[in-house]
Design a protein around this ligand. Structure first.
Ligand code: TZP
Ligand code: MG
Length: 250
């Protein structure tokens, strides 16, 4: 590559033999996004489990070092979730943290949140991308290798995969994938960052990184005890930042 040329996942390539940079920009929704640098610990809020508002959980998670947080609420009325999410977003942005809204593209759009996390039955990622724009972070849940393979063509910024271990947080969870399922998906997911989810604890997190996860999404082990949210978060960060990722598959 000639000096001054750089490659990126925007699809740029260079014709260095001609002595100048020639950029080929692949125009599709996903290719326009810069690769997302996910933190290793990706906390998700739960108001029933923690008995705290989303905003209060966000404040405590940030105190413990969180920089990207997902608000997940399967029970509140949309107006209630909207109000709590608005307060949470104010706290997050005041501290330089990013906030992702689970399921609700409308709430993410109305609040100018940093992004949305979509599941298999939510609106298509391409539709969410059209609504939220290319800067938004869009995550997508997958539960088996077929879903993960399909999702590599979607305009998303990261893939979530799980449940890796049994979980009681999700109603009617998909079958447990185990670390073997995660390792298999790590080989086919291409350049997208891979977030493992489901039953991940402080003790289990190192094995999950070794199996190929770039990040772990955690609910129970972080927020179930409302008095320990900040401590749990900072402990998990310090323990897992020392653990290397599996060698890159992409
Ligand atoms: N998707 C797959 S498992 C899960 C979701 C939302 C719940 C994860 O929660 P926990 O408490 O960390 O097992
Ligand atoms: Mg969903």
């Amino acid at each position: 590559m000639s000096p001054g040329c750089s490659s990126s996942n925007t699809g740029e390539s260079s014709l260095s033999s001609l002595g100048f940079c020639f950029s080929l920009i692949v125009i599709n929704d996903s290719a326009l996004n810069v690769r997302l640098d996910l933190p290793r610990i990706y906390p998700i809020t739960d108001t029933r489990l923690s008995r705290l508002s989303h905003a209060e959980q966000v404040a405590r998670l940030i105190e413990g070092g969180a920089s990207l947080i997902q608000l997940r609420d399967k029970f509140s009325a949309p107006r209630e979730f909207y109000r709590d999410a608005a307060a949470a977003l104010q706290i997050a942005h005041a501290h330089g943290a990013k906030l992702i809204i689970n399921d609700r593209v409308d709430i993410a759009l109305a609040l100018k949140a940093d992004g949305v996390h979509l599941g298999q039955t939510d609106i298509p990622a391409a539709a969410a991308r059209r609504l939220l724009g290319k800067e938004a972070i869009i995550g997508f849940s997958t539960h088996n290798p077929e879903q993960a393979k399909l999702a590599t063509a979607f305009p998303v910024d990261y893939l979530a995969f799980g449940p890796i271990f049994p979980t009681s947080t999700k109603e009617s969870p998909d079958p447990v994938t185990g670390l073997g399922g995660l390792a298999a998906v790590a080989t086919i997911k291409g350049p997208l960052p891979l977030v493992a989810i489901g039953g991940i604890t402080l003790e289990r997190a190192p094995t999950v990184f070794k199996a190929g996860a770039d990040s772990v999404a955690v609910i129970t082990d972080l927020v179930a005890d409302p008095t320990r949210i900040a401590e749990n978060m900072s402990e998990m960060i310090s323990l897992t930042y020392a653990v290397p990722n599996a060698p890159s598959q992409s």
